[in-house]
Design a protein around this ligand. Structure first.
Ligand code: DX5
Ligand code: ZN
Length: 558
C-alpha cells in the first residue's frame, strides 16, 4: 500500500463531485448541514477513494473497513460520497430528509453501507472502540476509521472512549478530529475551549497560529499516537493515514485543522452554515465557485539550481499547493536542468505533490522513472507524443495512481488525436512562453488560445485542471484565471522573490479577486442587482463583504 501513488487528482475530482451533491441535496431538502460536510470533505475523499476497503455491492462484507461518522449531522457529506463511491445512484440524494427515504438527516442503519446511527453526539468513538476491539478478538484485519467533531468533544464519553482505546491498544482504530473550531451555536473556544485560552475578539486570526493548538496534548496524554495536519490537504491526510497504519500498539488520532464550509467563501468559518441549506437562486453561483478552486505551483528552476533542496523547503514554508519540477533534456529544449534522480533526492523533503513537467524527447521511455521517483503528476508534451505513445503513458500513469498531464507549446494547437484522452486527463499545461527557461514574458496570444480551447475541452468532457505555465505574475494571473486556468506555475514571480510565502499569498489574493468578479458576473447575469446584493449580503465574515461590494460597484452592477 505504501508504494501506491497519491491519486491526488482522482481524490480531488471526487471530492468536488461530492461537494456539489451536498449543495444539491441540502438545497432540495431545504435543510441540512453543509458546513460540517465540507470541513471533512477531503478526509472522506481520501478514505473513500483510496484507503477504505469496501464493496458497495456487498455493504455487509465481513472484512470491510468500518467508517464511523460520529458527527452524524454531517450526513450529506457521508451520503454524497457513498453515492460517488457507488452505493446508490447520485439521484437518490434528491430524497435527502424526505419521509421514507433511507437518506435521513442523520445516518441511519436503514441505509446499507452506513455503519453507525450518528446524531446523538459524543457516542461514535465508543462504538468504534467496540468494533475495533471485536476485530482484535476475532483476529480480523479490518480497520476502523472514525470522524469526530470538535464540538462533540465537549462530551465526557469521548474521553472515556479515548482511555478505553488506549487501554486495549487498538491500533486498528484511526480517528480524525474535524477541528473546524465551530459548533452549532458558536465557536468551540467560546463554548468549551479545547486549546490554550484565546483572548480577544478576533478568534479566527488566533486560530491560524498553530503554536496555540493544544488539543493534541490532550490526546497524547490519553496515550494516543497523535498526528496534526491541515485537513484540507490530500497529501497530508494521505501521509497521516500511512503513519497511522504503521503505528503499532496504540490508536491514532489525526487532528485535522479544517474550515467549516470550506470551498464556498460565504460559508467558510461562519457558524450560520452549520445547519442551513443554500437558497435555490444562489446554487448555480455556488457550483461555479466549487468549479473554480485553484492551485499555486512554484517552479523551483527559477531558484538556486545548486541547492534545489532549499528551494523545495521554501515552497513548503510558502504553503505551495504543489511543486512544479521542470525537467529539460537539452534536446526537446536547448537547456538541461535535472532528471528523475534529482526528483528522487528531493522527495523525502516534503509530501507536497510533485508536478513533473517533462520537456524531454521520447517521454514514453522515461515516464516509469518519474513515477518511481515519486512524481504525483507527470506531464509530457504533445509535440513529442502521438496517439500510441501517449496511450501507453496514459495507461502507465493510471495504473500507478499518478496524475496524467499533457502540455502544448505556444505554437501548438491541441492535436486531434488527444481528444479521446481529454476526459481522462488530469492536467493540461498551456505553455505561455517558449519552453526552455524561466523569467520570460507571458505571450499575450495565449489568452486567445485559451478561448479557442474552451469549447474543445467542454465538448470532450475535460474535467482536469488547466495549468498556466510561463510568465505568470501578479498583473496577469487574474485574467489567466478568467480564461479558465486553475493551476498556476510561478517561477520568477514566486521562487525568484525573497519571500516565497508572501509571493504565494499575493498570487492567491489576485486569483481570488478574479474569482469573486466571475461569481458576481454570474449573479448579475442570473438575477441582476437583486441577486448581486443577495450574494454580497451572504458574505458576513471578515473583510470579504466590503471587497466583493467594491468589485460589484466597479462593474456597475449596483
Ligand atoms: C518553462 C518552464 C516554466 C517556467 C516558469 O520552460 O516550463 O515552468 O520556468 O517560470 P516563469 O514563471 O519565470 O516563467
Ligand atoms: Zn513548466
Amino acid at each position: 500500500m505504501s508504494e501506491m501513488g497519491l491519486d491526488y487528482y482522482k481524490i480531488k475530482k471526487n471530492v468536488l463531485k461530492a461537494r456539489k451533491l451536498v449543495i444539491k441535496a441540502t438545497n432540495n431538502a431545504g435543510s441540512g448541514h453543509p458546513g460540517g460536510s465540507f470541513s471533512m470533505a477531503e478526509i472522506l475523499g481520501c478514505l473513500f477513494y483510496k484507503y477504505l476497503r469496501f464493496d458497495p455491492k456487498n455493504p455487509q462484507w465481513e472484512n470491510r473497513d468500518r467508517l464511523v461518522l460520529s458527527k452524524g449531522h454531517a450526513a450529506p457529506g457521508l451520503f454524497s460520497n457513498m453515492a460517488v463511491a457507488g452505493y446508490f445512484p447520485e439521484s437518490e440524494l434528491d430524497t435527502l430528509r424526505q419521509f421514507g427515504s433511507k437518506l435521513q438527516g442523520h445516518p441511519d442503519l436503514k441505509c446499507p453501507g452506513v455503519e453507525f446511527c450518528g446524531g446523538s453526539l459524543g457516542t461514535g468513538l465508543s462504538y468504534s472502540v467496540g468494533i475495533a476491539l471485536a476485530g482484535k478478538i476475532d483476529s480480523k484485519d479490518y480497520h476502523v476509521f472514525t470522524v469526530i467533531g470538535d464540538g462533540e468533544s465537549d462530551e465526557g464519553q469521548v474521553w472515556e472512549a479515548s482511555m478505553t482505546a488506549a487501554k486495549y491498544k487498538l491500533d486498528n482504530l484511526t480517528a480524525f478530529l474535524d477541528r473546524n473550531f465551530i459548533q452549532q451555536d458558536s465557536y468551540t473556544e467560546k463554548v468549551m475551549p479545547l486549546d490554550e485560552k484565546l483572548e480577544g475578539d478576533d478568534l479566527s486570526e488566533m486560530w491560524k497560529d498553530a503554536s496555540r493548538w493544544k488539543t493534541g496534548d490532550k490526546w497524547r496524554s490519553f496515550g494516543w499516537n497523535v498526528i496534526e495536519i491541515d485537513g484540507h490537504r490530500v497529501e497530508q491526510i494521505d501521509a497521516a493515514i500511512k503513519k497511522a497504519h504503521a503505528t503499532k500498539g496504540v490508536p491514532t488520532m489525526i487532528i485535522s485543522r479544517t474550515i467549516k464550509g470550506k470551498s464556498v467563501e460565504h460559508m467558510e468559518d461562519n457558524p450560520a452554515w452549520h445547519g442551513k441549506a443554500p437558497d435555490t437562486d444562489v446554487v448555480p453561483i455556488i457550483n461555479l465557485e466549487l468549479d473554480s478552486q485553484f492551485m499555486i505551483a512554484p517552479s523551483i528552476i527559477a531558484g538556486d539550481m545548486t541547492n534545489l533542496e532549499n528551494e523545495v523547503k521554501r515552497c513548503v514554508e510558502g504553503r505551495a499547493d504543489y511543486i512544479h519540477l521542470d525537467v529539460m533534456d537539452g534536446q526537446f529544449v536547448p537547456n538541461k536542468t535535472f532528471d528523475h534522480t534529482k526528483i528522487k533526492e528531493l522527495r523525502p523533503f516534503t509530501v507536497i505533490p510533485f508536478d513533473s513537467h517533462l520537456m524531454i524527447n521520447e517521454p514514453e521511455k522515461h515516464v516509469r522513472d518519474y513515477i518511481d521517483a515519486g512524481s504525483d503528476i507527470v506531464t509530457v508534451h504533445a509535440e513529442v507524443t502521438n496517439e500510441s505513445s501517449f496511450g501507453e503513458i496514459h495507461d502507465l500513469l493510471k495504473q500507478n495512481h499518478t496524475g496524467i498531464g499533457l502540455a502544448i507549446n505556444p505554437d501548438t494547437e491541441l492535436p486531434m488525436w488527444t481528444y479521446k484522452f481529454l476526459s481522462n486527463l488530469d492536467q493540461l499545461i498551456v505553455m505561455s512562453v517558449v519552453p526552455g527557461k524561466s523569467g520570460q514574458k507571458y505571450i499575450e496570444d495565449t489568452h486567445q488560445k485559451m478561448a479557442r480551447l474552451k469549447p474543445i475541452l467542454n465538448e470532450h468532457n475535460f474535467s482536469g485542471y488547466i495549468e498556466a505555465d510561463g510568465g505568470v505574475n501578479l498583473e496577469n494571473i487574474g485574467s489567466i484565471f478568467a480564461d479558465g486556468a486553475r493551476a498556476f506555475v510561478g517561477g520568477g514571480a514566486i521562487i525568484g522573490q525573497q519571500d516565497v510565502r508572501a509571493a504565494i499569498r499575493d498570487f492567491r489574493e489576485e486569483t481570488l479577486k478574479s474569482r469573486r468578479r466571475i461569481l458576481i458576473d454570474k449573479a448579475n447575469e442570473l438575477g441582476g442587482a437583486d441577486l448581486v446584493n443577495k450574494w454580497i449580503g451572504l458574505h458576513v465574515v471578515g473583510e470579504k463583504q466590503e471587497q466583493i461590494k467594491k468589485i460589484a460597484q466597479e462593474a456597475g452592477y449596483i
